[in-house]
Design a protein around this ligand. Structure first.
Ligand code: GLN
Ligand code: ZN
Length: 756
């Protein structure tokens, strides 16, 4: 059997691409130099894949920022405001990704959204003129040729037109239909050009097929591909899906003239049933995605071979593949020099996964598998339990009753009691928690971790920062302060490090968006809290000011969603353990006199199952109660905040309200405050702080612009329910920008307050 992967990480084993791109943004690197970095990385990745004997090596899986943005540019979907900047193509791309502010030029970035159910973010293409849509770019061809020069035949990866249309946003008065014909033409040309180049295979990704599809969606999909494939000549076309099953179009896929179909049988277990029930066109190759592209555990060869054996009788040729692009896992366990071998042997990152694919492809043909050494070694990992059970935690979870999940009195009653205690002005201003993580903050942490600084010196430094941060916020005139989160490298890692059950890597970075990477902890065993985790900094910050300082916590669902989950315990059980640990922390903060506690659930939306029929049963029915578990026991006058990013939650708005916090702040500036109308329509109960400006971009919002935004919010929602804040934490921004932005925010709110 042959093997394939859908895509490889691109940020570099040591995040080279991130650092070099950031240097380019600071003008310390030229465009030529940056391009060379990209070229070197591509070469390294292709050679690595070739050496691991991957048979189908992808190209065009590289990107300087985002593959959806690349696709938009390839198809000439570049809004005029970016063209008008008169920048080089590379800088136009970065302007679309990050916004551009220089002299009198000032444009926002495109909106950013989560890529399906991952923590990767793509830029939302904006489609405004069907006449403009045509194949103008050359990136897929260039990268194919680049590999060819190295003697490597690759399989260029493209995002398909169906997914592109589903993800795009449309100018008023336009919809998908207007763009179908130009897209068909562009993709026909793509195929044609690959024919000319002599390319053997291309891979067209259509992950949007794993959503619930309407009849109309299905028709659109069929129409697109009947046309695109009509004049297909030499190049073989593989239709690739991932993150779920394709139940709505399975049979259509069989009848369309694709040469191969890629199916994920990890998240799309149901694909196995579909193959068994409906068969599989013998003239097509099945790319069988059974090495998990999203998690970091070793593949269970016995299980994989079972799946292959179940499927084999129904299919002509099978190629073994990753279940999704490996973009979502780190590079290699080889970089983890500090983790003991006892842990490491259970892990498989991108580099190890390509080896697993090769090993599996060999094992398939071995007659006596049970006697194969490679197989035996693999089986040993799964035969015995990996960790010991923490009986105490298990019992605490088992003893929970419905009272543990219900906060009383009502929100309405709490609001009165909280106002009596906090005495906040109308339209209170606040921030989401973190303040800029400047070089000194990072150096301090690095020195401490490297053992070059004592714990005392480390905390002392942070406390000085906290002190300065409190002074800064007082000077700005904010109403509810934060301590700044200087002691946190990351909102999940910080907690994971202090909880039993988590382990940490030193290099296991995964791209989140553009140059931003995260290093998710790994849930290794049962989770419990050892000691208070945030009380010290919170009480210190509160001791410096008369204004309220929010205690800052990350919620259990986010801690879980942004970690690599264990696979030997149900998800719900792990989240319950984390929720109990956070509840202890909440109660300790309250006890220590902290009057406002924010429990961030930045990642709640992102793990919503892709199919609506699974939303409640597989997720919300336990996730929302487990959030309530963290705060249900606090006093009425303690105000609970929560925060969410990328607020695409119109359709789960009742579930969000059922979290029963007192205040929710959320990202909304990149989605044009669309959510407000929904909040109004459902008579949303919690107070809300819709982000009034975008912190993911370096641009500074002006006072008039902020005033307009605030006035718009006031025109939709009741004034006594509104908070004013940026849309997320400020840790990635510079101090100067933050200072100016927040000054503008406070100025704007002063104007507004004067007029009411
Ligand atoms: N409190 C966190 C911060 O301000 C929240 C970050 C987030 O929502 N991603 O950094
Ligand atoms: Zn956020």
């Amino acid at each position: 059997m042959k093997s394939a992967i859908i895509g490889y990480p691109r940020i570099g084993t040591n995040r080279e691409l991130k650092f070099q791109t950031e240097a380019y943004f600071r003008k310390e690197k030229t465009e030529e130099e940056l391009k060379q970095v990209g070229k070197d990385l591509r070469q390294k990745h292709w050679e690595k894949e070739r050496d691991a004997r991957v048979d189908y090596i992808p190209s065009n899986d590289f990107s300087f920022y985002d593959q959806v943005l690349d696709t938009a540019i390839l198809l000439n979907a570049i809004p005029n405001r970016y063209r008008a900047l008169n920048l080089s193509p590379l800088d136009v791309m970065f302007a679309m990704a990050r916004g551009h502010q220089q002299g009198d030029k000032d444009v926002h970035a495109l909106p950013m959204k989560k890529w399906f159910n991952t923590n990767y973010h793509y830029l939302v293409p904006e489609l405004s003129d069907p006449k403009e849509i045509k194949l103008v770019g050359t990136k897929p061809f260039d990268e194919y040729k680049e590999a060819k020069v190295l003697g490597i035949e690759t399989k260029p990866v493209l995002i398909g037109p169906f997914t592109f249309l589903q993800l795009a946003s449309y100018q008023e008065g336009l919809n998908k239909n207007a763009f179908v014909q130009p897209l068909i033409k562009a993709y026909q040309q793509l195929l044609h050009q690959f024919d000319t180049l002599g390319t053997e295979w291309i891979q067209i990704d259509e992950p949007a097929l794993v959503y619930d599809l309407t009849e109309e969606d299905q028709k659109l999909f069929t129409q697109l591909y009947e046309e695109i494939l009509r004049h297909k000549q030499h190049v073989n076309v593989q239709l690739q899906t991932y993150f779920g099953d394709v139940r709505d179009v399975y049979q259509t896929l069989q009848t369309l003239p694709f040469d191969a179909i890629g199916l994920d049988v990890i998240e799309g277990v149901y694909n196995i049933e579909l193959i068994k029930t409906y068969g599989f066109d013998q003239s097509k190759v099945l790319f069988l995605g059974l090495v998990n592209g999203k998690n970091i555990w070793r593949n269970n060869y016995k299980r994989s071979l079972d799946i292959i054996n179940q499927i084999k009788p129904h299919v002509g040729e099978i190629v073994l593949s990753s279940s999704s692009s490996l973009l979502h896992v780190p590079y290699t366990v080889k970089s983890e020099r500090h983790l003991s071998a006892e842990y490491v042997r259970y892990f498989s990152f991108a580099e190890e996964k390509i080896t697993e694919l090769h090993e599996l492809s060999q094992l398939v043909d071995v007659t006596d598998v049970a006697a194969d050494e490679c197989f035996i070694n693999n089986q040993q990992l799964f035969e015995n339990a990996r960790t010991e059970v923490d009986q105490h935690v298990r019992e605490r979870v088992a003893r929970l009753t419905s009272q543990d999940f219900k906060r009383s009195p009502s929100l309405h009653e709490r609001k009165k009691r909280q106002q009596e205690r906090l005495k906040l002005p109308l339209l209170p201003t606040t921030t989401i928690g973190s303040f800029p993580q400047t070089a000194d903050v990072k150096d301090n942490r690095r020195d401490f971790k490297a053992g070059e600084k004592t714990a005392d010196a480390y905390h002392c430094f942070n406390k000085d920062k906290v002190k300065a941060c409190i002074k800064w916020q007082e000077a700005l005139g904010l109403d509810v302060l934060v301590h700044g989160e200087y002691e946190r490298n990351d909102m999940v890692e910080y907690f994971g490090e202090q909880l039993n059950g988590f382990i940490f890597t030193s290099h296991a970075w995964v791209q989140s968006y553009g140059t931003r990477c995260v290093k998710p902890p790994i849930v290794w065993g049962d989770v419990s809290r050892r000691a208070p985790m945030t009380v010290d900094y919170a009480t210190y910050a509160q001791s410096l000011t008369k204004l309220p300082v929010k205690g800052m916590l990350t919620g259990p669902i986010t801690i879980f969603n942004w970690s690599f989950p264990r696979e030997d315990l149900p998800v719900k059980a792990t989240v319950a353990q984390i929720a109990l640990a956070i509840r202890e922390e909440v109660l300790d903060l309250e006890e220590a006199g902290i009057g406002i506690i924010q429990i961030d659930e930045a990642a709640l939306r992102e793990k919503l199952p892709l199919r609506q029929s699974d939303w409640h049963t597989n997720y919300l029915d336990w996730a929302i109660p487990l959030f309530r578990l963290t705060h249900a026991k606090v006093k009425p006058e303690t105000q609970i905040h929560t925060h969410m990013c990328y607020s695409e939650f119109t359709d789960i708005i009742h579930d969000i309200d059922a979290m029963d916090a007192d205040v929710i702040t959320f990202e909304s500036s990149r989605s044009n405050l669309e959510l407000l109308q929904t909040l109004k329509a459902v008579d949303f109960k919690m107070a809300v702080g819709p982000g009034v400006y975008d912190i993911h971009s370096p641009r500074i919002p002006s006072v008039p612009e902020l005033k307009t935004t605030i006035e718009y919010i006031l025109s939709v929602l009741p004034i006594e329910n509104i908070w004013i804040n940026p849309d997320c934490g400020l840790k990635t921004r510079g101090e100067k920008e933050v200072d100016q932005s927040l000054k503008h925010l406070v100025n704007a709110i002063q104007f507004v307050r004067e007029t009411i």
